[in-house]
Design a protein around this ligand. Structure first.
Ligand code: ADP
Ligand code: ASP
Ligand code: MG
Length: 819
């Protein structure tokens, strides 16, 4: 004997019911079957909505009821041959009239009791089971339909009735023992109390009906047929990466379902576990899929997916946290007893409990709906102590949820909770309370509801996805460097996923005119067209969106030179969103701001990375940081840090005009958008300042001496004026060149940092000097440290250009992603 239960979606319409019939026919080839059905998908909600509208005095309840009627009439017409329809059609009509009468009564009274709700919602299962039974008959499969209310006895707690197993098992045995049919069809969810009044077993309760029957009839298996191919590692509606768990223990299935895995109604497990009856979760729409089998693991150690120890992740929303605090509680027994007694007297279910060992506070998680009631009764229960200031009035926090890791083997593996909390911490998920039972089958954390999706995904990545980790990029700036970066990302997506286990997606893209957001990831082949067609850019809106979307592993990438963009980093860092800046404005702003951003990154476990601020893609800041981390000390830095100036002085020989060479540098993409920043030496000052700061020096721009070679006249007006003025000053540049050339030296614009002092300026460099052999747009940085005393550590190579800068930004993105 097998018990099969088909859920709401499985019996939502005629098409699906036909699938159910085919599945049951397969079973009947082998053995007898008891089939439990839910209401047609959505019907329970429609009925309860209608009742609630009626109680609110809203006539719209009639519309809901006519949908209910139509759904059932359609099912009958499509499933049953015309000649046999009339009996069923009148059954549907008659039932719908009864429901309407009940709702009319509720409408007139303006009152809806739990008992009436049960009565009204019971029609859903009653009708669906009648129709399905008739369908089997019509297909020539003899079957017995039986009203579950005559078999399942409960107490009178309407909407969540408790089963009286003694009475129920007796009735079930009495009914089934003499039967000879092979197929029985029964409605799930509904039962009756000892006075014969209709009760229900709670939302999702058809699973429970099926388990009660499976247990009473000693079925070989219980099959729960639904719309997914089994119990999954996390709610598939929260994470796209959830996977089917092929085997799971009763205990684990119970923990997972208690903590929100809706696929099976929690009480379902108990009756079948007692009898060791395997439960299969199967997909009506893919019956060939393996599904999940729930069994007793004491007999065999089940393999965990992935070699991991965590079996699944669940969450429950709509939680409230109650905190009872006060110094008067310390060391005095009985406070928790009184708290729990007060709650239990009110039938308030406690979902989670924590108490600090200081005994100064007890923290209890309950359903949010009950929070106000809980406050009243607890404050009353402790009114004396509150008056005497021994305890404070009960504190209530709402908009909370629980996320939980579930797995029987967690107890024998240290470090699981550490990984759990640090993964959430890295993503800025604040944990309000923690609970772990000593059985360690479940580790729960209370977090803000807005963080649930992110937390479930982060944890899923941490414990289930050896395959990859998702990184969500928000890029601002699509100029030279920005477009190169997008090209490089596009080329590398496969490599990153396969080799680095990173699934990098560009979720947001903005330039000064437009902004585009797509949570599924923007197609990098057609980003230009898509961005053109996107809404107008609005930086603050873009930032608000990044924060509101609250995606895991978010990285903001600033590839502008814009000072407004640099002002938003703090908003992001303190939401644990990393910032990768090609933009130098922030790192070279006032020291206090630079420091604040670094501190925020540290405090909120985010990264603030700006390697490309110095030497484009060259690993300058990274090298400096590595030296310091390994205990070295930077004594002196000497560097040529302007790709533009190096290009200009390498190509200028007094024959071609200086202004023309500068223009060429700009055309080839080496200069800042405003080339005067390079020519004035300001850009080099910013760079040496950033290096000095990274080396630990508290330094500002005006602490840096600049021996500029540019005539004052060139630095006024527009960029065009600048080129015109340079052309006029050709003689000045020529003489600079000739003086150096006459001595056999080269002109280099050198930045130095020496024991706390920084300066920049044009120098004559002779052939013996390390800086002499520097070509094209190259940069070089010489680090003199405690360990590199005589021979400096040298970083040298192309120090400008869109391609290398983009690759430096790329490297920072990867650094920010690999935590
Ligand atoms: P039925 O109507 O068949 O009883 P339910 O809607 O009650 O189906 O349960 C199935 C749904 O449960 C799935 O469609 C899925 O979205 C949801 N679900 C939530 N958590 C999980 C999980 N961990 N594994 C599988 N499904 C889950
Ligand atoms: N129809 C009921 C509900 O929607 C019971 C069930 O489907 O399990 O809650
Ligand atoms: Mg269900």
């Amino acid at each position: 004997m097998q018990v099969l239960k088909f859920g709401g979606t499985s019996v939502a319409n005629a098409e699906n019911i036909n699938k159910v019939v085919a599945i049951v026919k397969q079973t009947l080839k082998k053995e007898k079957a008891v089939v439990i059905v839910s209401a047609l998908g959505g019907v329970t909600d429609l009925l309860l909505d209608a009742a609630a509208l009626a109680a609110d005095g809203k006539e719209e309840y009639k519309e809901k009821l006519s949908v209910v009627e139509q759904r059932h009439l359609d099912a009958v017409k499509q499933l049953i041959p015309v000649a046999q329809q009339s009996h069923l059609l009148s059954l549907v009509k008659q039932s719908c009239n009864e429901i309407e009468d009940l709702c009319n009564g509720i409408f007139l009274l303006g009152e809806l009791t739990a008992r009436s709700k049960d009565r009204i919602s019971s029609y859903g299962e009653w009708l669906s089971s009648q129709i399905i039974s008739a369908k089997f008959e019509a297909d020539g499969i003899k079957n017995t339909w039986k009203d579950s209310r005559e078999l399942i006895s409960t107490n009178s707690v309407f909407s969540a009735a408790e089963v009286d197993f003694d009475a129920t098992n007796k009735k079930l045995n009495a009914f089934f023992s003499p039967q000879t049919d092979s197929l029985f069809i029964l409605p799930g969810f509904i039962a009756s109390d000892k006075n014969g009044i209709t009760t229900t077993l709670g939302r999702g309760g058809s699973d429970y009906t099926a388990a009660i029957l499976a247990s009473a009839l000693n079925a070989d298996t219980l099959e729960i047929w639904t719309d997914v191919s089994g119990m999954m590692t996390a709610d598939p509606r929260l994470t796209n990466n959830a996977r089917i768990i092929s085997d799971i223990s009763y205990q684990e299935a119970m923990e997972l379902s208690h903590f929100g895995a809706k696929v099976i109604y929690p009480p379902t497990i108990q009756p079948v576990m007692n009898k060791n009856i395997p439960v299969w979760i199967k997909n009506t729409f893919a019956p060939g899929d393996h599904g999940t089998v729930i069994t007793n693991t004491n007999e065999k150690k089940l393999p965990t997916e992935n070699g991991g120890i965590v079996r699944g992740i669940s969450s429950i929303n709509n939680m409230a946290l109650l905190s009872l605090e006060g110094s008067g509680m310390i060391g005095i027994p009985g406070f928790s007893k009184r708290l729990f007694e007060a709650l239990s007297n009110e039938k308030i279910n406690v979902i989670l409990i924590t108490q600090s060992s200081s005994e100064h506070s007890i923290c209890v998680g309950i359903e949010a709906l009950m929070a106000d009631r809980a406050k009243q009764i607890v404050d009353t229960a402790f009114s004396n102590e509150i008056e005497l200031n021994k305890v404070e009035p009960l504190k209530i926090e709402t908009d909370l949820s629980i996320v939980a890791l579930v797995g029987e083997n967690m107890k024998s593996h240290p470090g699981i909770s550490g990984r759990m909390f640090s993964a959430m911490g890295r993503n800025g998920v604040n944990i309000r309370a923690i609970a772990q039972g000593s059985s360690e089958k479940n580790i729960s954390a209370v977090i803000s509801t807005k963080d649930v999706r992110k937390a479930v995904n982060v944890l899923h990545e941490e414990f289930f996805e050896t395959t990859y980790k998702q990184v969500n990029l928000f890029i601002v700036g699509t100029g030279n460097v920005g477009s190169k970066l997008i090209d490089q990302l596009q080329q590398q997506l496969d490599f990153l996923q396969k080799q680095m286990h990173l699934q990098v997606r560009v979720v947001g893209l903005s330039n000064s005119r437009k902004m585009l957001l797509d949570e599924e990831g923007i197609d990098l082949k057609s980003w230009k067209k898509k961005l053109e067609a996107a809404p107008a850019a609005d930086l603050q809106k873009f930032i608000d969106e990044i924060i509101a979307r609250n995606l895991r592993n978010s990285v903001f990438v600033d590839i502008t030179a814009n000072d407004q963009v640099a002002k938003v980093y703090n908003q992001l860092l303190q939401k644990s969103i990393s910032v990768v800046a090609c933009n130098k404005v922030a790192a070279s702003s006032a020291y206090d701001n630079y420091k604040k951003l670094k501190d925020l990154a540290r405090e909120y476990n985010s990264h603030f990375l700006f390697e490309t601020n110095v030497g484009a893609g060259l690993p300058v800041i990274g090298t400096l940081n590595d030296l310091l981390r390994s205990g070295d000390k930077i004594n002196r830095i000497e560097a040529v840090l302007s790709g533009t100036l190096n290009f200009v002085f390498n190509n200028y020989d007094g024959k071609r005009k200086f202004a023309e060479v500068v223009k060429q540098a700009q055309d080839e993409g080496y200069t800042e958008p405003d080339p005067r920043l390079d020519l004035s030496g300001t850009d080099v000052m910013r760079k040496i300042m950033i290096l000095a700061r990274e080396a630990g020096e508290k330094i500002e721009m005006n602490d840096i001496a600049n021996n500029s070679f540019m005539p004052e006249s060139c630095m006024k007006g527009t960029v065009d004026d600048f080129y015109a003025a340079m052309a006029k000053e050709e003689q000045h540049f020529k003489s600079l060149y000739e003086k150096a050339n006459a001595k056999g030296t080269k002109l280099k614009f050198v930045a130095s940092f020496d024991h706390g002092k920084a300066s920049v300026g044009l120098q004559h460099i002779d052939p013996k000097h390390d800086l002499y052999h520097l070509y094209g747009k190259d940069n070089v940085v010489l680090f003199y440290t405690d360990r590199y005393k005589e021979q400096p550590l040298v970083v040298k190579g192309a120090g400008a250009g869109a391609e290398v800068t983009a690759s430096g930004v790329f490297a920072d993105i990867i650094r920010a992603s690999k935590v």
